[in-house]
Design a protein around this ligand. Structure first.
Ligand code: CP3
Length: 368
């Protein structure tokens, strides 16, 4: 073992660990010392000084191609905070680049695509993603899972077909996704073919991570909140389902997350016969999110969330009270619950505020 081995997160749900128990639908056995699990989207990232140090002089996408560095960055927040899961250090554009798409993350702008996809001829240029192009991803997953403490799983992830399509069609970040939605409404066949191709890329990326040791995969549909329910159901959900179906035969939990997704939650819970857990937007009380997810899937679904990241900038007593309310809402829902933020950690968040959240969640019991 070496200095980078994370401290054990503490037993919190048997050898399976608190995160996987919750994803599988179980509430903690508080009387036996069990506790709620917590991790943060973007916990490995710019809010950590140790992250900024190791990234110095290396671009985001270059850093993602170096397995030792990916392993180090993935483990940093586990070591520092004692969170109950690690999220694979990567980005939603990594599988696109691995497939051969000309894409870059431009500082201050976001993902920029050299040749946007707007016509059938453009789509014909979109390559398939084969596993041989993801060997560095598998290598990084193996390094990480060898180092993680027992009971602290690795979560793999990918961007959902709709969110990836929005970058490919717009050519970069966009507030209203008008070009993407224009293709969806005006040429639904082209749009469906684009999303089907992206579901192949996303599915392959998830599969490689799951086969190399990830215990759960989370599909991120960051911009799905741009859509009304009818369009989501008709034009998008089948392709997110196809991406998640790529790992349905593996022993891996499936998590579906979107932002501004309150109105879509039932549909998102139901894809491909039902996912194990949905991320709940911070705009909705967690127990209401659990009701919507269960109604959509036709059975209870575990929930992840849903502290508004803005609370990280509030005084400690306000933050503590908000954390306790999220924990209590999960208890009222009575389903598996993984505490998280409603969206990623803002780069300016203080690591002390995140530590406070972890400690408060781990100390929480229904009667305290
Ligand atoms: O919890 C996770 O880490 C999940 C993985 C994830 C990342 N980015 C990791 C990441 C996901 C789902 C994303 C999504 C993403 N990436 C979006 C969609 C919107 C959203 O927030 O959900 C966009 C626009 C990107 C593109 C991107 N990636 C930008 C603009 C940057 C910042 C610029 C830079 O050079 O650092 C990134 C970097 C990135 N993505 C990091 C991580 C952990 C590095 C550090 C950080 O931003 O904190």
């Amino acid at each position: 073992t070496n200095a980078s081995t994370p401290a054990p997160a503490g037993d919190a749900g048997g050898s399976e660990g608190a995160y996987l128990r919750a994803v599988r639908g179980a509430r903690p056995d508080f009387a036996a010392g069990g506790r709620l699990p917590v991790w943060f989207m973007r916990q490995a990232g710019r809010s950590l000084p140790e992250y900024r140090r190791v990234r110095e002089g290396i671009s985001m996408l270059d850093s993602c191609r170096r397995p030792e560095l990916v392993c180090e960055i993935t483990l940093q927040p586990v070591r520092r905070y004692g969170v109950d899961a690690a999220i694979f250090y990567s980005d939603i554009v990594v599988p696109l680049q691995a497939a051969g798409v000309g894409v870059d993350i431009v500082a201050g702008t976001g993902p920029v695509v050299a040749e946007p996809i707007r016509t059938r001829a453009d789509l014909d240029r979109l390559p398939e993603l084969t596993p041989d192009r993801l060997e560095h991803i598998a290598a990084a997953c193996r390094l990480i899972t060898a180092e993680l403490p027992a009971g602290t799983p690795l979560i793999g992830f990918a961007g959902a077909p709709f969110t990836l399509a929005s970058y490919l069609v717009e050519g970069g970040p966009s507030r209203d996704l008008l070009r993407t939605k224009a293709m969806m409404l005006g040429d639904p066949e082209l749009f469906a073919d684009l999303l089907a191709r992206l579901a192949q890329i996303t599915g392959q990326f998830l599969r490689v991570q799951a086969e190399a040791g990830a215990s759960a995969v989370q599909l991120f549909d960051s911009w799905v909140g741009a859509l009304p329910l009818v369009d989501y159901r008709r034009h998008v959900a089948p392709h997110s389902a196809a991406a998640l179906a790529a790992v349905a035969d593996l022993d891996v939990a499936r998590v579906h997350f979107g932002t501004v997704s309150s109105e879509l939650l039932g549909e998102m819970a139901a894809v491909d016969g039902g996912v194990d857990m949905v991320g709940v937007d911070f705009r909705l009380p967690l127990d209401e999110g659990a009701r919507r997810a269960a109604a959509g899937a036709g059975r209870p679904v575990a929930v992840q969330g849903n502290l508004d990241p803005a609370h990280l900038f509030a005084p400690a007593d306000v933050l503590r009270a908000a954390v306790r309310e999220v924990c209590a809402a999960g208890e009222r829902a009575g389903v598996g619950h993984v505490v998280n933020l409603g969206h990623g950690v803002p780069p300016s968040a203080s690591p002390d505020a995140l530590q406070l959240v972890v400690d408060e969640v781990h100390a929480w019991t229904p009667t305290a």
